[in-house]
Design a protein around this ligand. Sequence first.
Ligand code: ZN
Length: 281
Amino acid sequence: MMNSLRVHIDSGRIPHALVIDGGTDEDRMKEALEFCASILCTSKGQKPCGTCPQCKKALENQHPDIISVVREKDRKTIGIQILRDMVEDSYVLPNDSDKKIYLIPHAEEIEPKNQNALLKTLEEPPAHATFILLCPSHSVLIGTILSRVSIFSLEEVSEVKKQDAEKANELAVQIANAIAKKDEAELVFVASAFDKNTDILEITLEALKLIIRDAVFAKAGRNEFISTSSESAKRLASALSNEQLVSLQKAISDIDFAISVHSNKNLTQTRLSSHLFGAIL
Ligand SMILES: [Zn+2]
C-alpha cells in the first residue's frame, strides 16, 4: 500500500471520502481493496493482516460491506439514479458489521453535472460510511468534489510501466489518427507494433477507449477531455459519425473480450486492424 494511505491507517485517522488516482485500473483497484481490508480487518496487529476472514473477503472484492458502484451495462456513464441510490443507501445503517464502503472503480464515468449529487454526502458522510473514488486522474472531478475528499496518487509506477504507458498512448494516438484518415494501410502498419510488444496491446486499447470516449463527447459539443490527446479526439469527432464511433467502441470491447477469453494476443493482433477498420465502413 502507498505510504500516504498507510500513515492514515496506522494512525486510525481514516478519511471518509477519498480519491485514488494515477497508475493503472488494476493498480488503483488493488490499492482500494487493501484500504478496504484495512478498515474491515479484525486483527489486533498491523492492518490489513491479509489472513483474517474480513481481509480475505475484502481483498477478493467479495465482501458484503464493500458496495461497488458502476454504470449500467448499456450506458457509457454512471447514471444520476445510481448515484442517488448510493447516497440514499449510505444513510441506512449496515446490517452485518459497523461499516459500509462505497467503491466507485470508474469515477471518470460520472459526468461533471452529476457529480453534484454527491457533494452533500461527501462533505458529511454518515459515520459508518466510506466513499472511495478511483479514476486515472483526479482532474476528471469537479473542484467542489475535490475540496471535500482526500486525494491519494499512485505515482510510484515502475519505470518500465511508465515507458509502456507512454508507448501505449503514442500508439493509441497513431491508431486514432489512422482511423480518422480512414487509412487502412497506415492502421495495419501501426498495429504491427504489437507483434514485437504484446504486453502493451491492452493498455493501448485502454488509451484508445478514452480517445474515442472524448470524441463521442466532442461530437455532442462537450469538450470534456480525459484522454491524453484531445487533438486526436477532435479529429475523430469530425471524421466519423456517431454510429461509427459507437461501432468503434463496440469493436474495441470485442477485442478486449477476445483477449480475456482466449488470452491469445497473436490472434487478436492480426485481426486488430481489420476489426477497427471494419467498424467504420
Ligand atoms: Zn485482517
